[in-house]
Design a protein. Structure first.
Length: 153
């Protein structure tokens, strides 16, 4: 759903269109989901959103949101992928623990990488977001970030 198609989306999915590593308004109506800071990062915000930041600009956010309709983790992961993929050059998926992730690669000569992970728990959706300003930083820091996810919130 690129361009203005989001305006025609169902109200329950509009929050997905705000997912963007540069838009702090996306955290409206969310609560905190905390993790242990990954190796090479420090916690820079303890309240919603919980955030850990790397020395070279990588970010890790944790939050939770009440959602309707109720859907399982796969449902919400696919809803995110379908709504955001048109905004990015590439999109793929992976799983770590109970979280399903969508990894988006931006357009341009120096792409950034934005990961959105979801885990459904009834009316609640746990959200994890990663931002890596470059492929080199993603390669360097990804395992530590995913290890933090595996250790749990």
């Amino acid at each position: 759903m690129g361009g203005d198609a989001w305006q025609k989306d169902v109200k329950d999915f509009l929050w997905i269109h705000k997912l963007d590593p540069f838009n702090d308004a996306r955290f409206k109506e969310r609560k905190t989901l905390k993790f242990k800071a990954p190796d090479g990062m420090v916690v820079t915000r303890k309240r919603c959103p919980w955030r850990a930041t790397g020395a070279q600009g990588s970010e890790f956010w944790g939050s939770r949101k009440k959602v309707e309709p109720r859907g399982d983790t796969r449902f919400w992961s696919e809803a995110v992928r379908l709504r955001l993929r048109a905004n990015y050059k590439e999109a793929d998926t992976s799983q770590t623990g109970e979280f399903l992730f969508n990894r988006f690669k931006s357009h341009g000569p120096n792409p950034y990488f934005y990961w959105v992970g979801v885990r459904a728990k009834g009316k609640r959706l746990d959200l994890i977001e990663f931002y890596f300003p470059s492929e080199a930083l993603q390669t360097k820091e990804l395992e530590a970030v995913l290890a933090s996810v595996r250790k749990g919130a």
